[in-house]
Write a protein that binds this ligand. Sequence first.
Ligand code: GDP
Ligand code: IMO
Ligand code: MG
Length: 428
Amino acid sequence: MPATCVIGLQWGDEAKGKIVDLLTAQFDVVVRYQGGANAGHTVVVGDQTYKLHHVPSGILNPGVMNVVGPGVVVNPATLLKEIQTLLDRQIPIGSNMLLSDRAHVVFPWHIVEDQALNESTADGENIGTTLRGIGPCYRDKVGRSHAFRLGDLYRADFREKVARVVDAKKTLLSGWKNARVESLDAAAIHAEYHGYAERLRPFVGDSTAYLLDAVEAGKRVLFEGAQGSLLDVDHGTYPFVTGSNSSGVGVSAGSGVPGRWIQKVIGVAKAYTTRVGGGPFPTELHDETGMRIRELGREYGTTTGRPRRCGWFDAVAVRYTARLSGIDVISLMMMDVLSHLPEIKVCVAYDLDGQRIHHFPSHVDDLRRVVPIYETIPGWCQDVTGAKTAADLPAGARAYLARIAELVGRPVAIASVGPGRAQTIMME
Ligand code: GDP
Ligand code: IMO
Ligand code: MG
């Protein structure tokens, strides 16, 4: 049973990219299976920083196959730019990357829709999407009649289908406020996407067949989640979520690899919490400490540059997502950031309308009303960025890791003390 998954346990940006890069040496294949250019995964290798959006974080390790599965929504323009940037930096990309011909394609009308929707609100609050056309593309995938998969770009009827869909989109969107449909020109879009399709041709194939052969042959496969479990379209803080199943439950659907092959799930969480965009965030800090965490952790979006909202670790939320995503162990990140705080809080329960609850509410209205109940933990106020083993960590930091493990109900197997590869402590 060769597969391992790396899944975010919060609202994204937990540093999944760092963990995937680090583990890749032990694997033959790395797979992205959901999300798209909304993801921004940072990998730091020596003095080089790479920001990956579509391309799996395994790409920096030579000899590893990188697969973009059917559940991903691909923006060919962004992907080609990303490939070129990596090639320019001497990262080889060729036969080491396979894009599923079943993956859906993001078109300009999806971006137009995303922008128009984002200027209106969901549930009285702006979702604050990444404006990458993600939700509209997934909606068209489910709607079927206006959707294109990568494989469709090579079919004889591609030009005619673009014309038909542009017509339909113009009619549909003309009634929408702020939908800039005038920019949609079928001939120009076809020509542009035909060009992209030709450039991507060497990479496109049947990734499902490839992955099934790989697992059956005993190859070691690493699944790289994008976003985080709380942004899962079914199980997250709906409607303030992304368009895909970004918790552990999405791995099989998005890749075509059944759950029987999954041996291990690593849940990645920050030692505190961040969120970009709208939606409830019970432990959010609107004070000086929140601002400090943002500056210390450089909490600005990898994809959009937006400042991330910051707050304390929420053990109610992470206990929920650890169970939902079926994790075996936790990788707790950004321990170095907390080193600067004299006192640290962890949310251990919620108060909902005067009642103490330990579960994560399913409705966003309830989540908006919860008041976090905190436990205060003394800070360790010592630099940990050079720590190599658990024994190098101050007792206070070790106690914090132990308390998180206890509250979440899973062991902390990895603790991260900085962005670099070497700044990672294997606790087991
Ligand atoms: P991802 O989307 O889950 O891959 O995470 P992002 O790349 O969007 O954000 C994580 C950020 O934290 C990146 O800038 C990483 O380089 C950085 N990072 C990762 N681990 C650590 C850590 O332990 N400490 C600090 N200070 N930064 C870290
Ligand atoms: P990685 O993979 C953090 C958030 C957006 C918005 C919501 C919906 O880097 O962890 P979308 O564009 O997906 O329709 O936006 O989800 N979001 C992320 N937040 N990290 C991400 O990816 C995210 N991808 C989407 O900010 O609130
Ligand atoms: Mg990110």
